[in-house]
Design a binder for this molecule. Structure first.
Ligand code: SF4
Ligand code: SF4
Length: 442
């Protein structure tokens, strides 16, 4: 049977060599830097102050609103300071800095219960108290996803095991080593959602991981093999590939009775509910030119420089560092930036800046867009002082920029259109100046 997929997309070189290694644990650094902006939504509120002692797993910040998350310390030690610290967004944001005492003293574990006896609301509460956010990159608070609003029913939980970005293999390694726990976590999440069915979507370039899941599949838990294509792990693309359902433009998976959770997120749900362990560390791929590549459990808040030094130092040829994958990740320019719960990978890369040429009107960008957009319109309209009115449907996957033979930074133009559309709510008045694009397109 041919693996399922979606229309459009691209086939970048995979570079998944890091999948050859077993998961290791990075030693804890002398200090960790935990930003209060650690999830999608409002920054958390610190509940500790300078000089306070903390234990491994104790709460250092609480949510400030519904879309916000608890933060736990990954080490035992003392709060050294709470101050602005470099963040992967390029800004300096408030962070709790903890001096590690290397005693590894754990906070008392929560009251652990048999998951099959827990009500959906109790599961959501444990997930919230454990600071679990979506580990696929969005860092959306998982308890919110597990609590559909009144009138919305989830029939299917789709577990995203695609990991379609080149270089990244953290999810693949986790599946190979923890498939049973992932399945348990998915069952617990499905119980919280009252979902009848669980479907795990995985690309066909991970045969060992797929087999681990298939060995544990059942009538209720299905594993669907998907074509290896980027962005197969995009929420709408995944839902279509595994179920044939189309999420409406600007709609949510909930609109078609589906919730999507990443493999790492359901594993974190398992650890929180079954073991009473909050989310304060995760598996991160160290890829490309790392002297010691692999998949490594890293405490949240560990500085980039500490991570690189633990793995043999920075190779001379590296001129670009990315958090996440090369298609949707974020370039990081400061070695003090720490990893967060959302950091799926760190890539040390080397490459020349792409030059930008005139648009050839070849429409390759449109042919690969998984959302059926005309990406060149964002660029052409920008030149005319207008915004592309369909830009809000863009998922910023970067497939259009990847195939553009003229090296046009299409995502930057799409982001500008989005910004200008949200400022004007619908469409910019004729002649209104758009937000200018900087020289390097960022
Ligand atoms: S792929 Fe690039 S050159 Fe071709 S139409 Fe799109 S923007 Fe223009
Ligand atoms: S327009 Fe947006 S969704 Fe379409 S390919 Fe480009 S980045 Fe991806």
């Amino acid at each position: 049977m041919r693996p399922a997929t979606f229309a459009g997309g691209v086939h970048p070189a995979q570079h998944k060599d890091s999948s050859a290694f077993s998961i290791e644990r990075l030693p804890a650094a002398e200090k960790v830097y935990l930003h209060l902006s650690n999830s999608c939504g409002a920054p958390s509120k610190a509940v500790v102050k300078k000089g306070d002692a903390v234990l491994k797993g104790s709460i250092i910040a609480e949510p400030d609103g519904r879309i916000s998350a608890f933060i736990h310390s990954p080490v035992s030690g003392v709060v050294e300071d709470i101050k602005k610290w470099p963040h992967c967004s390029g800004k300096k944001l408030e962070a709790v800095i903890i001096q590690n005492d290397f005693k590894d003293e754990p906070a008392p574990a929560g009251n652990i219960k048999d998951p099959s006896l827990l009500a959906p609301s109790q599961i959501s509460e444990i997930v919230r108290n454990s600071g679990i956010v979506g580990l696929g990159g969005a860092a959306f608070p998982a308890d919110v996803k597990l609590s559909p609003p009144p009138g919305k029913k989830v029939t299917t939980l789709i577990v995203n095991a695609c990991e379609c970005e080149p270089f990244l293999t953290a999810d693949e390694s986790l599946i190979r080593e923890k498939a049973a726990d992932i399945i348990e976590g998915a069952k617990i999440a499905a119980r919280a959602l009252s979902a009848k069915q669980i479907i795990i979507g995985i690309e066909d370039n991970k045969p060992d991981a797929a087999q681990e899941l298939l060995n544990r599949s059942s009538e209720r838990i299905k594993v669907k093999l998907l074509k290896t294509k980027y962005p197969q792990g995009g929420e709408k693309q995944l839902i279509y590939a595994v179920s044939g359902k189309k999420v409406p433009m600007c709609g949510l998976p909930l609109d078609v009775g589906v919730a999507v959770m990443n493999v790492g997120t359901v594993f974190a749900v398992y650890e929180a509910v079954v073991k009473g362990k909050p989310l304060y560390e995760r598996v991160v791929t160290l890829g490309a030119y790392f002297r010691k590549p692999g998949n490594v459990i890293i405490p949240a808040g560990t500085r980039l420089e500490d991570i690189i030094n633990f793995r043999g130092g920075l190779p001379d040829n590296v001129n670009k560092i990315i958090f996440g994958g090369p298609m949707m990740g974020q370039a990081v320019c400061d070695m003090d930036v720490p990893v967060s719960k959302a950091t799926s990978g760190i890539l040390l890369l080397w490459g020349e800046e792409r030059k930008e040429y005139e648009c050839l009107r070849c429409l390759r960008c449109a042919s690969v867009c998984p959302m059926g957009l005309m990406p060149r319109e964002s660029f052409a309209l920008y030149k005319a002082g207008k915004a592309y009115d369909k830009a809000m449907n863009c998922m910023e996957c970067g497939a259009c920029a990847y195939v553009c033979p003229s090296g046009i930074p299409l995502i930057q133009y799409l982001k500008l259109s989005k910004k200008n559309l949200s400022m004007s709510n619908v469409r910019l008045p004729a002649g209104r100046d758009l937000t200018p694009l900087s020289k390097n397109g960022s």
